[in-house]
Design a protein around this ligand. Structure first.
Ligand code: GLA
Ligand code: ZN
Length: 667
């Protein structure tokens, strides 16, 4: 599949014409309003199964034919969904096995959505069947441009079918050897030896929930179940429409599915972006959002992704749904494109009259017309996006990477010990990403399976669990001249959450970093503990390793507690590279100060040749440089030479002002 499917940025969103089937004049009005707001795409049919197949084997495609034709006539690209996210009531009544069994062991009743068993052969067959019908019917339709598989896959099922599938999965994972399983799970502890595969079941509150290796296996199994469910959905589409790309919309850092693994099965990565602008902390939220964009961009080695959903204004599911400052929406759209999105899409095009999401923001409000602020802002966004079409397909080159590994998202939550309250793995990753983001340096966000060799600097915060080849990969990376930065609780366990013997970090990593960890301390929030880096003092927050150097150079030391005077930050020359150990967590400036120095030493250049003032973010994608201001005041930036201002199609140079919540795109 190519890097680029469109020569323009897809602008649109979830569209539910089936909810308005009794007032079809609204469909024509939708077409008018889409064109007016520079919307060029609609995602249709996400939750339409009950209207597509009102009775088992009885199909009703008439309305969809009509809408597909209207879309084609009006130049609207359709992203057609498969409807597996919510099933018709008749199906649940006739085949109760399609409904999900929660951890309690009780089968859910019909209701809500995403409420299906992932294993049920009947459900899989029904899904394959409806998907085949859709593909056959629309395979040659000019409006069909992409498949949107299901919707936000999530959750897990604990039914007997899933239990059996889990046992089969485990049996294969441990090579059909109970001995291996008992050893890897360290089942001698609390008399947990297993004598037969049928003694295994999913982790549960009222059952086994203290074996972290079981919990890891369950997450891996749930991931694989989703993947095989996805493959089952895709099979008829691939067969009938081999040239139409498939995607499924993912949810930020959702920990229920290893997205880094699922990504391999998709042509295009897409994700639903709902930043918490309502907190008012635009600086943090914009950098966290950039981090998530880069996480998804990195899943297919930098290939552009889709921002499949975002809100035109507010959502309805925060406790308090504050309207973001006017301009935030357009700036958020520009940010998505800057960070690699080839689409800006919304949930939702038109507000529903009833149902759970009727107060969720939409391009078209209940008023039904274009005379409101949100519609105007979306129109503005559409105009901007139309001028940025040239960027589609464009990539950003990264010399730096942050490791944020989905399996570590799980592993760092499951072990019991040290600071059980403050783990925050993903937040730690955002923290170490921010210094690159702030300096206009493109950083990839990668898993442990990624290729390390193409980077100059890799930062791996709180890299607690290692995969079989991680040690070798780190050694090779540093030997060849890379700079590898890690922090506390590094290299403690293998993929079964079994501790490495011989001290932390694992095996030869002690030589690479020139340190070993003697003890790990946890710091209550009311305690004032300090450590230094290059003479500057920082708070020790929540956790720290007491380390012992065996060759590393000391860059800082603890100032308090019985380990005062012991090293807190070290660097070791190893091969042609350097290995940094940051032994304590600091929630202030430490990450920024260390990264600043490493960026300087490694001579990683920013994406641009001009100075980036604090509070402005800059990102280069293809030939375009995006300058964004997420702060609440106007900021000046001085360009190094003449550029073309892409949005006004004029020349600019020298000092320019980027308004608060403003942006500029130059070439
Ligand atoms: C998710 C879903 C949508 C909708 C939005 C609301 O992203 O995919 O169907 O529920 O949330 O924000
Ligand atoms: Zn099930």
């Amino acid at each position: 599949m190519p890097d680029k499917y469109f020569d323009f940025i897809i602008h649109g969103g979830d569209y539910n014409p089936d909810q308005w089937i009794k007032t079809k004049e609204i469909w024509d009005e939708d077409m008018r309003l889409m064109k007016l707001s520079h919307v060029n795409s609609a995602t249709i049919g996400i939750f339409s199964w009950a209207i597509l197949e009102p009775e088992e084997g009885v199909y009703n495609f008439g309305w969809l034919d009509e809408i597909m034709d209207k879309a084609a006539e009006n130049g609207i690209s359709v992203i057609l969904a498969t409807p597996s996210g919510a099933r018709p009531a008749w199906m649940a009544k006739k085949y109760p096995e399609v409904l999900r069994v929660e951890e309690s062991g009780i089968r859910n009743e019909y209701g809500v959505r995403h409420n299906h068993c992932l294993t049920s052969p009947i459900y899989r067959e029904k899904v394959r069947n409806i998907n085949r019908k859709l593909a056959e019917r629309y395979k040659n339709h000019p409006a069909l441009k992409m498949w949107h598989i299901s919707n936000e896959y999530s959750g897990e099922c604990h039914c007997p079918l899933c239990q059996q599938a889990f046992r089969d999965w485990i049996k294969e994972y441990y090579h059909n050897s109970l001995d291996e399983l008992n050893d890897k799970w360290w089942n001698g502890f609390w008399a947990h030896q297993i004598d037969s595969w049928d003694e295994i079941s999913s982790p549960k509150f009222r059952g086994e929930n203290h074996v972290s290796a079981l919990k890891l296996c369950w997450k891996r199994f749930v991931t694989d179940s989703h993947i095989s469910f996805l493959e089952n959905e895709i099979a008829p589409l691939r067969e009938i429409t081999p040239d139409i790309p498939v995607t499924t919309n993912m949810m930020r850092m959702y920990d229920g599915i290893n997205y880094q693994k699922m990504a391999e099965h998709l042509d295009i990565i897409s994700w639903d972006n709902y930043p918490a602008w309502g907190t008012g902390d635009y600086g943090y939220v914009s950098s966290e959002t950039a981090f998530v964009h880069d996480t998804f961009r990195s899943m297919k080695e930098g290939k552009p992704f889709f921002m499949m959903e975002s809100t035109p204004s507010i959502v309805n599911w925060f406790d308090i749904n504050k309207i973001p400052a006017p301009g935030t929406q357009t700036l958020g759209a520009v940010q998505a494109v800057a960070y690699g999105a080839d689409s800006v899409q919304y949930f939702q095009w038109r507000k529903a009259r009833g149902g759970h999401e009727k107060y969720h923001g939409a391009v078209v409000d209940h008023c039904g017309h274009e005379n409101n602020r949100v519609f105007r802002e979306i129109t503005k966004t559409g105009e901007v996006l139309e001028k940025l079409g040239k960027v589609t397909g464009g990539r950003s080159e990264a010399k730096a990477a942050i490791i944020c590994d989905w399996e570590n998202i799980w592993a760092t939550k499951y072990f019991c010990g040290y600071n059980n309250k403050h783990r925050d793995y993903e937040k730690e990753c955002v923290k170490w990403y921010a210094p690159f983001h702030k300096r206009g340096i493109t950083a990839d966000v990668i898993s442990l399976d990624a290729d390390f060799d193409k980077y100059d600097v890799i930062v791996a915060p709180f890299l607690y669990m290692l995969k079989n080849d991680t040690e070798e990969k780190i050694i090779r990376f540093v030997e060849k001249g890379g700079r590898f930065v890690t922090t506390y609780l590094f290299g403690c366990v293998d993929t079964d959450d079994r501790c490495y013997l011989g001290g932390f970090p694992a095996n030869r990593l002690k030589d690479v970093f020139g340190v070993y960890c003697e003890e790990t301390d946890s710091i209550p929030e009311s305690f004032d503990r300090k450590a230094t880096y290059k003479g500057k003092e920082y708070s020790v927050n929540h956790i720290c390793d007491v380390i012992h150097t065996t060759g590393a150079k000391v860059l800082g030391e603890y100032k308090t507690d019985f380990y005062a005077g012991e090293p807190s930050v070290t660097v070791n020359d190893y091969g042609k590279g350097k290995a940094y150990y940051v032994a304590f967590r600091n929630d202030g400036e430490l990450a920024d100060d260390i990264c600043r120095d490493i960026i300087g030493e490694a001579d990683i250049r920013t994406d641009v040749n001009f100075e980036i003032p604090t509070e402005l973010t800059v990102r280069k994608r293809g030939d375009y440089i995006f300058i964004m201001n997420f702060s609440d005041s106007d900021k000046e930036i001085v360009l190094d030479k003449k550029y073309k201002d892409v949005l006004s199609d004029s020349e600019i140079s020298g000092a320019i002002t980027i308004k608060s919540l403003g942006y500029s795109v130059i070439e």
